[in-house]
Design a protein around this ligand. Structure first.
Ligand SMILES: [Zn+2]
Length: 458
């Protein structure tokens, strides 16, 4: 009956750890036990067996102006797989005035048949037009259960009135609103002032978007969500100031979820002081913060105040694309790669240094985002009936992170030279081995679009 058994490993879920074999049939977990009979056996001796990791925030094959991110759906999902991520959520990436349904189709054309892992799409809500609202209800039913809203960036920025209309509509359609929170007016003012003073280098980027610029927008959006009784998911939370505002909203009884990203746990404002133009590699938004925030974010992850770690993977080549901002930091394409390094970094610094238990690590990298984005229990756990997305993780394998040995299609690694203890050894996607000894052995096109359930926020 059973096609394959993953044996001799320690199965770790968000609930607990146990020495048990995993029986797989037709791509799903069919049994957990001992002495399971099967034709194919995968040995996990000395390893952890984790549920496939879920990255709820990535940008693949994204065009901004005239330039395209280094990773397309193919290279980005291969990199994700090698790093232990078996499900990711990208965006429809439409702008104000665009037909949302058309962009859903367009993104499917780009991704379907070209992905190495399973994927889903957040709807981008770039205006509150009748067409957008009508599409929202229909697309929710079709399994697009979350949407991205922006307080900044030309083409996607929404006014407060539009936020209220869209948050209310999302609530009615049971779509989870995920918001990029930075005060656009403050950024424009501070950027203008810095540039007029001749402060054009990458190191001025964080001064154009300080912590309160993020915290103010998070607070405002949380207040607006409270007015219409909508749940909220804050994207890439970076600092203590924003965390405080979220706590206040929760104190008012609101359902507010939030993610952070590895770059805010491992990198800091000091990286902008790298020699020459190298600081541009770290120009992403919201920007890297003072190191004092690292402890704040780790504690928030440990205590469940932050529910997810995603990457906001958005790779631009240093040599040819970041250099567009040579004359002015505000012209540097915003974003950095991270789709492949998230899990090893979190395991090394989280579990390895005792900042997170194994359960907490699985919670923030897999189970939490799976629940929040309506993928659970198909994704995010190892249980009978769930997809057999498994990461056989060797806790003793040491790897030096480097652009040279990663699969992300971009000419640098923000963590170049960082040595991690523990790395994915074998990765299974719905029962098929797609990564072996750190190399992709699966087939592109094997990944499937996942129709999602309503978020646990509702
Ligand atoms: Zn993003």
């Amino acid at each position: 009956m059973i096609d394959c058994v993953v044996e001799n490993g320690t199965v770790v879920t968000a609930e607990g750890s146990r020495q048990v074999d995993v029986g797989i049939q037709s791509g799903r977990v069919a049994a957990l036990g001992h002495g399971l009979e099967a034709g194919r056996r995968v040995d996990a001796q000395g390893c952890f067996v984790f549920p496939g990791f879920v990255d709820g925030h990535v940008h693949l094959q994204m065009k901004v102006g005239q330039i395209m991110t280094g990773d397309d759906f193919e290279s980005g999902t291969i990199a994700a797989a090698c790093g232990g991520t078996t499900t990711l959520i990208d965006f429809t990436e439409n702008c104000r005035g665009d037909d949302l349904a058309e962009w859903v189709e367009k993104r499917h054309t780009q991704a379907d048949g070209h992905v190495a892992v399973d994927y889903a799409l957040h709807l981008t809500l770039a205006d509150a037009s009748v067409g957008t609202l009508r599409n929202l209800y229909r697309l929710s039913e079709a399994g697009y259960r979350s949407a991205k809203l922006y307080t900044t960036y030309d083409g996607v920025r929404l006014a407060d009135r539009e936020f209220l209309e869209l948050l209310a509509a999302a609530r009615d359609a049971r779509v989870l609103p995920m918001v990029h929170t930075e005060n656009d007016h403050a950024i424009a003012y501070l950027t203008g002032r810095l540039l007029s003073e001749g402060k054009t280098a990458p190191k001025y980027h964080p001064l154009s978007r300080p912590p309160l610029v993020e915290a103010e927008a998070a607070n405002r959006v949380a207040v607006l969500a409270g007015l219409v009784n909508a749940p909220l998911y804050i994207a890439h939370l970076t600092c203590a100031e924003t965390l405080e505002r979220i706590r206040a909203a929760r104190g008012r009884g609101q359902g507010v979820y939030a993610e952070t990203c590895p770059q805010y746990l491992f990198l800091s404002v000091d990286d902008y002081d790298r020699p020459g133009f190298e600081g541009a590699k770290y120009v992403l938004s919201p920007p890297l913060r003072d190191k004092s925030n690292w402890q704040v974010l780790w504690t928030a992850l440990k205590e469940g105040e932050l529910q997810a770690v995603s990457t906001d993977h958005c790779p631009w080549d240093y040599a040819t694309q970041k250099t567009l901002g040579m004359q002015a930091f505000d012209k540097i394409p915003n974003g950095a790669p991270g789709i492949e390094t998230r899990v090893p970094l979190l395991f090394h610094e989280g579990v390895g240094k005792g900042r997170l238990s194994l359960q907490q690590f699985v919670e923030v990298c897999s189970t939490g985002p799976a629940r929040i984005f309506g993928l659970y229990p198909r994704k995010g756990t190892i249980a009978v009936g769930s997809d057999a997305d498994l990461v056989i993780y060797d806790p003793n394998r040491e790897v030096t992170l480097s652009q040279a040995n990663l699969h992300q299609r971009v000419d640098y690694c923000p963590y170049e030279g960082y040595r991690v203890h523990g790395y994915p050894q074998t990765v299974l996607l719905r029962g098929q081995v797609i990564v072996e000894n750190g190399q992709f052995v699966g087939k592109v096109g094997q990944g499937e679009f996942v129709r999602r359930q309503v978020s646990c926020a509702y």
